[in-house]
Design a protein around this ligand. Sequence first.
Ligand code: ZN
Length: 683
Amino acid sequence: MPSATASSISTAAISPPWMKDAVTKMEQELGAKYGRSQQARVNKGVQQVAEFWRAGDGDAAAFEEFVRSNFAGDQAALDSLFNRYEHLLEQLDGHMHEINREFRNQMDLDLGPVLPYDELFGGYDPSAHVIDDFFQNKLAFIALLNFPLTTLEERLQNGPSWTRRQWAEVRLAERFSKRIPADVNLGIFQAEAESGQYIAEYNIWMHHLVDDKGQRLFPPKMRLLSHWNLRDEIKSDYADTKNGLTGQRMIQQVMERIVTQTIPAMVINNPAVDWNPFTNEVRPAAVSDSDVPPATAQKVSNAREPDTRYAMLQRTFYASAKADPYSPTAPTMIARRFDEDREIPEAKVKAMLEQVLTSPLVPQVAKLIQSRLGRPLEPFDIWYNGFRPGNQYSEAQLDAIVAKRFPTAEAYQKDIPNILMKLGFAPDRAQYVADHIVVDPARGSGHAMGANMRSAKAHLRTRVEKNGMNYKGFNIAVHEMGHNVEQTFSLNDVDHTLLQGVPNTAFTEALAMVLQGHDLEILGLQAPDAKSEAEKTLNEFWSTYEISGVAMVDMAVWHWMYDHPQATPKQLNDATVQISKDIWNRYYAPVFQQKDVVLLGIYSHMIDSFMYLPDYPIGHMIAFQVEEQMKKAGAIGPEFERMTKMGDVTPDLWMVNATGKPVGPEALLTATQKALAAVGGGS
Ligand SMILES: [Zn+2]
């Protein structure tokens, strides 16, 4: 792929040649005009504009005139500018979001058939070109001239002492911290679509897996998408005492073939052939469970998949690296993920993951799993699913209670104040939140949509069956309502709309899960007992242990790609296999007593999601911190409101305000220790 190598343009090369002199001239001119007190602001602002100014934005005279007439040189001018931007950007975000929401209604709500044009409306994003437009009409440059861009290091170091207004100014400038050309953005979009498509079609036809005796362990028509369905089949196989273990071993073998790319290309998404994943033999299908006719013997081959998995991953890397020169404060994809999206430094994330991976609780929980399984652990037991909260009520009992109470979406809407009061919100605050939420009947299982501007309301989309809501729908509705409650406070009660929201999605998920965890109490039923809570905690801990290693692989692979931009897909394959083994050997082999396992490399997100995986373990940690604080505080309501009014600052600053401590795994580990004691495991 000669056209698709990593970019090597530097920021300096895209700046006009006259820029350096023009910057010096304007720094002096504005410094003389507004005085010493403004000099630092002048220099930073002029340099920020220069960084993003291209030849097409105007010549030296135009640049100078722009800077001269748009610098807010005194506090009054700066206040007006700030207030206008804050108000108008809120309107822009809110109304764009409103258009999006309306355009998607036919697809999202229970409103009858979806026609082809409904999908086109639903797929349209009116805000797609806003940033380009704002550079074009120079509104972005005015913001950059007057408000500071910051690095994550500065936000972490100085953020705690900034005023709220300073924080809002930082978030305002940040919107314009990148000026990525349209063709680069398009390339990223295409790489994402292409790799997503590759993943979406990566099915294994399970009935066509045969063992050495030619036996088929899995039923006809079973088609599992890698890795999600394969992993979930491993989980459900724990319940099958007869064939479960053999099936799990076979799936592990399939996964390893995918990671190492020794999987025969022909067996992917193909019911025309049978495959023995141990010997790697491929034959024409001896049975038929689809419309596809069996392959003929001449056409069958076990030629391996030619590193397509890694070519896809590399494509996402090349595409995103092309944006590097246009993102001066976060000049790599890795930096954009950690410094911008997560706002937790990579080194700190790594340390948090290591704290879980090397925790002395791991061998204790492993021992408990081993005793429950009655056999030594095998590598696929990273997906053990035997920790289960016991249910004191049957699903049918719960369905009946819920259907009676919520026959329609309107019934749920009317009950929101009562629900919130049950969760400890004062009556006036419960009513206030309820007044900001509109309940709509959803087509799917349900979701929440914030308002994004104060003049609009949040939307709760919930599923109501013909004979009323069922328990599953109710449980989801409470979760989604948790998002709406957060959205209401973090938009309407935060002091600056520029700070609306929470630091990242892990926070809103953690808050939603807190409400969801109390759904039985809302129904006036008994809360889950201590034993049941303990099982839930152990399950979360084991998942965090598993996904922490997966996240480490994802991070290491991206570093490898940046270090080896000219590598072939085969070399990336070899490197990923080695990284997966190294991380396994360091953190899992001592527990599983087996070396060189490559399973950690199986996640599909690693191929098409641009280093998204570390969000999962961080999310688990945050959820435990928030939950622990709620328990400490007693009533959920007031604590929920206090936490969410902090808005979109760095995760650590938010968490210190919420719980007194920065983001970290301690709450998860403490809860796990207690859970082990409660179920009588550990030592
Ligand atoms: Zn959610």
